[in-house]
Every structure is written in structure tokens, then in C-alpha cells.
Design a protein around this ligand. Structure first.
Ligand code: COA
Length: 262
């Protein structure tokens, strides 16, 4: 696929995806969503990629929302399909991705941009970042999982407040609310993200993939998270990574994980 709206780079086993529509503050149109899905699907089973970073181009915006110009004249059915397809192709896809996905929030994360960040496993923001859900100002609601994931991370009360008032929160407040894992000056954003990734890279990719499934299970309707944890815990025992990790401990050396999925 010839990407129009994203830039990809793989270095040191980290795939960095930059959403690149700076003149539109990296707004997510359907083309960008399908490009993001494509690059993620292409690398899903790529053992040379251990983690993914998603960021926005420029210093002003991570993503300023879904592209308003694209849906301004949609009817109810088209609106529903926009939400459904987007959730499947990108937001749920990111949340359930077997490798860690980290949002490097380099500025405005609004609407769909905030939802994309909330779908990622870890969020690091620059201190100029602002996030929020302006949707009710447009006469609509968050449709890419925002009503669910904001409440999961910040609680129902704060989700009501932020979605109903459309107030934006600054990075330091978002950190305080549990929406972010870290806040750093903009020039240090990717260094901080890489610091976290380096720690993850020294661990078992197989165990990490199982941990992602188990953690997410708590937030899926009709799924027993504890039962999922038992299943995923058990599966780890079949992996070469488990044998290597335990053997390395006994031999008092660092493990060398191959990350071979079962
Ligand atoms: N969809 C489509 N285009 C968008 C966009 C979006 N979500 N967000 C920004 N843009 C475009 C603007 O239309 C403008 O394009 P133009 O130069 O062709 O007119 C360009 O990006 C720059 O944005 P601008 O509004 O001029 O920048 P600003 O610094 O004055 O304001 C924001 C920045 C983020 C506050 C403002 O762009 C904004 O409110 N964006 C919409 C946020 C939103 O409602 N998102 C939720 C969508 S569901």
C-alpha cells in the first residue's frame, strides 16, 4: 500500500507511525484510518517489531479529531457505519494488538485523536498537549470508543464531566486523572517513550502478548477476566520464552527471548 497520510519507520525493533496531515492538524479521515490498519496488520506477526509508537507530525497536534469535513453531511446510517468501521479497523485493533502500542501525544489530542490515544496501551504526552472530547459542540458524541475508554481510565464521573462540557484538559491534569503514564517537555517526548520501550524490549514478547489479552479481558462484556488470566497464564508455560526466562534465572544470567508465539 502506498501511504498518503502516514510515515512509517522501523528502527531498533520499534515501528514508529507518524500521522502526517499537519495542515489539517493530523485529523483522521477514513483513508488515514485504513492506512493505520494496514501498517499495523502488516507488522502484526513481524518478529522484528517489538513495539509500536503512534505520534502526530508537527509540534501542534497529535490528532485533532476525526475529519469533520468528511462526515458533516452524513445521515444516521452513515454515521453508524463510520463509527463501527473505525472502531473495528483502528481503535479496537490497537487495543487488542499483541505488541505494546504507545501513544506519543505531541500536542492536541481531540475527539478521535484522544480516542486513538486511549486505545493505546501506554500514553506519554508532551507538556504542551491538551486533550478532550469537543464532539457535543458539533452535535455528536465520541464514536470511536471514547465514552467507554475515558470512563475506564478516569472513572464515570470525570467521563460525564469531560464529555458533557467538552472541556479540554492539559497534560499535567490528564496525568493526575490517570489518563497518561508520563508527561515530559516536547523535546524529550520520544526519548521518554523509548526509555519505556527499552524496558519492555528486554522482557518476553510472548508473555507481553498474553498480558495484553488478560488485561483487556476485564473490559469486555461477557468475558470473565479472571478466567482469561488463568488461560493466558497457562499458555505461557508452553512457550520457549518461559523456558528461557526460568532457565536464565536459575543460571543467573540475562534471558535471551526469541518471542516465538505458540
Ligand atoms: N477535522 C477537519 N479539519 C480539521 C480538524 C478536524 N477535526 N481539526 C483541525 N482541522 C483543520 C482546520 O479546519 C484548519 O484547516 P484550514 O486551514 O484548511 O482551514 C486546520 O486544520 C488548522 O486548524 P485551525 O482550527 O485553523 O487551528 P487553530 O490553532 O485555530 O485551532 C483546534 C486548533 C484544535 C482548537 C481547532 O482546529 C479545532 O477545534 N479542531 C476541531 C477539533 C474537534 O472538534 N475535533 C473532534 C472532531 S469529532
Amino acid at each position: 500500500m502506498n501511504y498518503q497520510n502516514i510515515i512509517q519507520q522501523t528502527e531498533n525493533e520499534v515501528l514508529t507511525i507518524t500521522i502526517n496531515r499537519p495542515d489539517k492538524l493530523n485529523a483522521l479521515n477514513t483513508q488515514t484510518i485504513s492506512e493505520l490498519n494496514h501498517i499495523l496488520s502488516t507488522n502484526r506477526n513481524n518478529n522484528d517489531v517489538r513495539a509500536v509508537v503512534i505520534t502526530g507530525s508537527g509540534q501542534k497536534a497529535f490528532v485533532a479529531g476525526a475529519d469533520i469535513s468528511e462526515f458533516a453531511d452524513f445521515n444516521a446510517e452513515q454515521g453508524k457505519m463510520l463509527s463501527k468501521n473505525g472502531q473495528q479497523l483502528l481503535f479496537d485493533y490497537v487495543e487488542n494488538y499483541p505488541k505494546p502500542v504507545i501513544a506519543a501525544i505531541n500536542g492536541f489530542a481531540l475527539g478521535g485523536g484522544f480516542e486513538l490515544a486511549l486505545s493505546c496501551h501506554i500514553r506519554v504526552a508532551s507538556d504542551n498537549a491538551k486533550m478532550g472530547f469537543p464532539e457535543v459542540t458539533l452535535g455528536v458524541i465520541p464514536g470511536y470508543g471514547g465514552t467507554q475508554r475515558l470512563a475506564q481510565l478516569a472513572g464515570k464521573g470525570k467521563a460525564f464531566e469531560l464529555i458533557l462540557t467538552a472541556d479540554m484538559v492539559k497534560a499535567d491534569e490528564a496525568l493526575h486523572l490517570g489518563l497518561l503514564n508520563a508527561v515530559v517537555p516536547q523535546a524529550e517526548l520520544l526519548n521518554k517513550v523509548n526509555e519505556i520501550i527499552e524496558k519492555i524490549k528486554s522482557k518476553s514478547p510472548v508473555a507481553i502478548a498474553h498480558a495484553i489479552i488478560a488485561i483487556n479481558a476485564n473490559y469486555k462484556d461477557g468475558v470473565d477476566g479472571y478466567a482469561t488470566e488463568i488461560e493466558e497464564f497457562g499458555k505461557c508455560f508452553e512457550s520457549d520464552d518461559f523456558k528461557e526466562g526460568t532457565q536464565a534465572f536459575i543460571e543467573k544470567r540475562k534471558p535471551i527471548f526469541k518471542g516465538k508465539m505458540i
